[in-house]
Design a protein around this ligand. Structure first.
Ligand code: MN
Length: 293
């Protein structure tokens, strides 16, 4: 198995994404894939909040194509911001523009209030839209289960990755505004695994969908840790060691951001204490200042 690299919510921070991919040797300075047979998983929420969501989306699509041509893989999951952006387009954007029935639930405003950038939306091409609608909600690799949100949404949709994916894709292509609202509300839920029975919830996810550890984005690590944000925030392991939180809060805290390389060897995650993080690359390196001489 090739290397496995994973990154949480990028939220329009194209410059930070480029720097992290360069430091991880997954891309060069001209945005070409350098990862050979490696797998890169992005946990969703590529856009909104930060300045260049469309630029992030196009960069990910470019690397996905280049990686695929050399036996590598880029997997970009569906986040709730991808769904919000699609809903804004459908009910108010070029596709709908007041469309049939308009926007009775204010989905366009909901997207904008959550950091939606009109410039990103107005420049989306039909093939970007098709790509967005095809984002998988879940992904399994080695002993890892990857999802965007620390929400129960996935279990309520179905009991296999195939079924959840099928329902999600069908939903994104044809649905009533009421269903969009319900889906977005369920997707926006968070902190499922910090509750008292968080470890039980995590075990259920892993029993149903497979894998020994669950990795998610969506809720920034500083929120889960109850700490103020800082540029040196690191991946957060919790829920009895079963869950790894990877939203590095790039759009919330200047200088924040990280990408991790995870364990892929079979059996290495069997011991309960194994965290499975082989390497963490930060956007802001910790600088040690020599004291005295
Ligand atoms: Mn999210």
């Amino acid at each position: 198995m090739g290397d496995l690299w994973v990154m949480g919510d990028v939220h329009g921070e194209r410059a930070g994404l480029r720097t992290l991919l360069q430091r991880a040797k997954l891309a060069d300075f001209e945005d070409n894939w350098l990862g050979d047979g490696a797998t890169l998983v992005l946990l969703g929420d590529l856009m909104d909040r930060g300045p260049d969501g469309l630029g992030v989306l196009r960069l990910v699509r470019r690397l996905e194509e280049q990686a695929g041509a050399v036996g590598g893989r880029v997997v970009s999951l569906l986040g709730n911001h991808e769904v919000m952006m699609l809903s804004a387009l459908r009910f108010r954007g070029r596709r709908g523009l007041g469309g049939l029935g308009g926007d009775p639930y204010g989905l366009y405003d909901y997207w904008k209030q959550n950091g939606g950038r009109v410039r990103d939306l107005s420049q989306l091409e039909p093939d970007d839209l098709e790509w967005l609608e095809a984002r998988p909600p879940m992904y399994r690799y080695a002993d890892w289960l990857f999802v965007h949100a620390d929400s129960r949404l996935y279990l309520t949709l179905g009991h296999s990755i195939g079924r959840v994916t099928e329902l999600t894709t069908a939903f994104l292509r044809a649905s009533t505004p009421e269903n969009w609202v319900d889906f977005l509300n369920a997707f926006a839920e968070r902190e499922l695994y910090t509750a008292e029975d968080g470890q039980v919830e995590a075990s259920e996810m892993l029993n149903v969908f497979g894998g020994k550890r669950l990795a998610h984005g969506h809720t920034p690590v500083f929120v889960l840790q109850g700490l103020p944000p800082s540029p040196t925030m690191a991946p957060h392991v919790y829920a009895g060691g079963l869950v790894l939180a990877l939203d590095s809060a790039m759009a919330y805290q200047k200088g924040a951001g990280f990408i991790v390389r995870l364990e892929t060897d079979p059996g290495r995650l069997d011991s309960p204490g194994a965290q499975g993080i082989l390497e963490t690359v930060h956007l802001t390196e910790r600088v040690m200042v020599a004291g005295g001489r």
